[in-house]
Design a protein around this ligand. Structure first.
Ligand code: KG4
Ligand code: ZN
Length: 337
């Protein structure tokens, strides 16, 4: 089964073709970073307009690369939420229109399920069940995963998502948008041990997170220095280490609570090098396995949407003929595949 995947929930227009037998045939994305950079964050209306401009040419390009004609496509998967409503509607309208024109089913994919399943595109994918840590710009969640569609949220952020905390802290340090990768780069120049940042909510039981206090901590720490480049790098180092260690403490707790030996980490922040290194070390030491998507599939992409949609279509999923977009959509509300 060949599935065309379309992702337009935020600031990347992304498309892929996934074949249930041969795997991923082609994928490409158009990043809107340059468009939003001068505003210091995503401007929803500009995002929607650019998806309108880029989506159809990108579909043409990816289908050519996949050597796939419309007649070879058996279904169209699109991100139906969560995300920016205008941006979501572009993908939903194009997906449903193509599905109608090509007389194939379409399937509304949950963006975070896409992230959660992204490691399945790797040569050695995890087996079920596992604990998933989803860390993106909009969400930080620990999920117990039994199978596709069998999700139980174990904990989540009560305020800022981890990626959002990276982005906001990067802004305070005078770094551009998107802030996460820029902050991680600056942290490489930082000196360990100069500043002590808290590990929020780790001293009490539970699997929820809170990252907004780290922003205030960054602000007061920075204000007590001359804000030189080295000062900023040291603050970035301490901030990054605090977020990563907090996430790891909660992952270990979740694995213990579920009695599982496999951890999946996905979403934009799973591209963070310190996070990958530290989790790799801890996993080896403590005897569990950790799975990440390849770097380009940590952040938003079409491949994860095509893969997730394909699993749902293989499970016999059908959809009523309406254009479905849900800017808010709890992962727990998904039906089993
Ligand atoms: O999953 P994603 O592409 O989009 C959402 O679904 O939100 O995640 C984007 C988030 C942004 O907040 C970005 O700053 C963060 O992931 N991010 C990183 C890194 N790469 C992306 N954060 C820390 N370190 C990175 N290397
Ligand atoms: Zn995402």
């Amino acid at each position: 089964m060949n599935v065309l995947g379309i992702e337009t929930s935020c600031d990347e227009t992304a498309v892929a073709v996934y074949d249930s037998r041969r795997g991923l045939l082609a994928h490409a994305l158009f990043s809107q970073v340059k468009i939003h950079a001068e505003y210091g964050g995503v401007v929803p209306e500009l995002a929607s307009r650019d998806h309108v401009r880029k989506l159809i040419p990108l579909i043409r390009q990816v289908m050519e690369e996949a050597k796939t004609a419309p007649a070879d496509i058996s279904g169209i998967a699109y991100t139906a939420g969560p995300g920016l409503i205008g941006a979501l509607l572009v993908g939903a309208s194009v997906a449903r229109s193509l599905a109608w024109a090509w007389d194939v089913p379409s399937v509304a994919v949950h963006h975070m399920e896409g992230h959660l399943l992204a490691p399945m595109l790797e040569p050695e994918p995890p087996q079920y069940p596992f604990v998933a840590l989803l860390v993106s710009g909009g969400h930080t969640q620990l999920v117990r995963v039994e199978a596709v569609g069998h999700y139980e949220t174990l904990g989540e952020s009560l305020d800022d998502a981890a990626g959002e905390a990276f982005d906001k802290t990067a802004k305070m340090l005078g770094l551009g948008y998107p802030g996460g990768p820029a902050l991680a780069r600056l942290a490489e120049q930082g000196v360990r041990g100069r500043f002590a940042f808290p590990r929020p909510m780790t001293d009490r039981p539970g699997l929820d997170f809170s990252f907004s206090g780290l922003k205030t901590h960054t602000l007061t720490t920075l204000a007590a220095t001359e804000a030189s480049l080295q000062d900023k790098a040291d603050v970035a180092f301490a901030f990054q280490e605090a977020v990563v260690e907090t996430l790891i403490i909660k992952c270990r707790r979740a694995l213990k609570q579920c009695g599982f030996q496999r951890l999946v980490v996905a979403g934009g922040v799973s591209a963070n090098r310190l996070m990958r290194e530290k989790l790799g070390q801890t996993a080896r030491k403590e005897g569990y396995q950790v799975f990440f998507p390849r770097l380009e599939f940590c952040t938003d992409n079409g491949a994860m949407i095509a893969y997730a949609g394909c699993q749902r279509l293989l499970g016999g999923h059908t959809e009523p003929p309406e254009i479905l977009s849900r800017p808010r959509w709890p992962l727990d509300e998904l039906e089993p595949a």
